[in-house]
Design a protein around this ligand. Structure first.
Ligand SMILES: C[S@@+](CC[C@H](N)C(=O)[O-])C[C@H]1O[C@@H](n2cnc3c(N)ncnc32)[C@H](O)[C@@H]1O
Length: 248
């Protein structure tokens, strides 16, 4: 089939579409998360049999894209969601875009510089969403004290240090696990926690091990938990852990 491939991508949906030969056939696939795709196809009525140039497209998502994909599928339009480590604000911006007009994001960071960078980013790229964002200059281990008795649709952790900044200010195993416990307690049914952990910096491996032990210890009748990593990459690739509270 003489065709021109076109890749359309929106959060949670990947459409590699092939269109355009004289028979006007189109085929695509819907991405349903973690590299699992369903094929679909369209062809004009009265045309020839449907055929798929690439009936199953498997895309191995990067660690950060996988975290976004998992959160994107879990959050609802009116959710309260947490960015536990706002850093430069990439995840905060993602969360604001993912929730609807009734949703809210609370972001934590111990560095004022990170909160300022995040506020700037949101103001530049999603100014209309500013009133749905609250930035808190405090450690995520204190999250419960900054929240009312509300449940959470998602909590995102991106551990380690602020890129390009002081590498000695890092997330720590003990405070991270305190925050993870608080998150698990506050999560609504069907809500998710994602944790991206790094082992390449001093203290990173210990924190990664602590997070893995915490995730692995979660009771199976309350949570589903996974670990996602690339096993043939050099330079200490990051790990993603994801936790989902069972839907009622
Ligand atoms: C890898 S960066 C986060 C990147 C960020 N998610 C983004 O999208 O740009 C980790 C951040 O965690 C922050 N941090 C360190 N300890 C913390 C704590 N106890 N509570 C909240 N944030 C903390 C650091 O200041 C740093 O900005």
């Amino acid at each position: 089939m003489d065709s021109s491939p076109l890749r359309i991508r929106v959060p949670g949906l990947v459409l590699p579409v092939t269109c355009g030969d004289q028979r006007q056939a189109c085929a695509g696939s819907i991405h349903v998360g973690l590299g699992i795709d369903f094929a679909l196809g369209l062809a004009p009525l009265g045309g020839w049999l449907l055929s798929f140039p690439h009936p199953f497209v498997v895309e191995l998502l990067s660690i950060l894209d996988a975290a976004h994909s998992i959160v994107g599928q879990a959050v609802r339009s009116d959710d309260l969601v947490i960015d536990a480590t706002v850093g430069n604000g990439h995840d905060t911006l993602f969360l604001l875009r993912e929730i609807g007009a009734k949703g809210r994001v609370v972001g934590f960071d111990v560095q004022q510089e990170a909160l300022d960078a995040t506020r700037d980013r949101v103001q530049r790229q999603a100014s209309a969403a500013m009133d749905r964002l609250r930035l808190v200059h405090d450690g995520h281990e204190a999250m419960s004290s900054h929240l009312d008795d509300e449940t959470l649709g998602a909590v995102m952790f991106n551990l380690g240090y602020l890129p390009g900044d002081d590498h000695s200010i890092i997330t720590e195993p003990e405070t991270t696990c305190t925050a993870l416990n608080a998150s698990a307690n506050l999560l609504r049914s069907g809500g998710v926690i994602t944790i991206v952990a790094y082992s390449g910096h001093a203290g990173g491996e210990e924190e990664l091990q602590a997070v893995e032990a915490w995730v692995a210890s979660l009771p199976q009748d309350e949570f589903r938990a996974l670990s996602y990593r690339f096993i043939n990459q050099t330079n200490d690739p990051p790990r993603l852990f994801a936790v989902e509270k069972h839907a009622e």
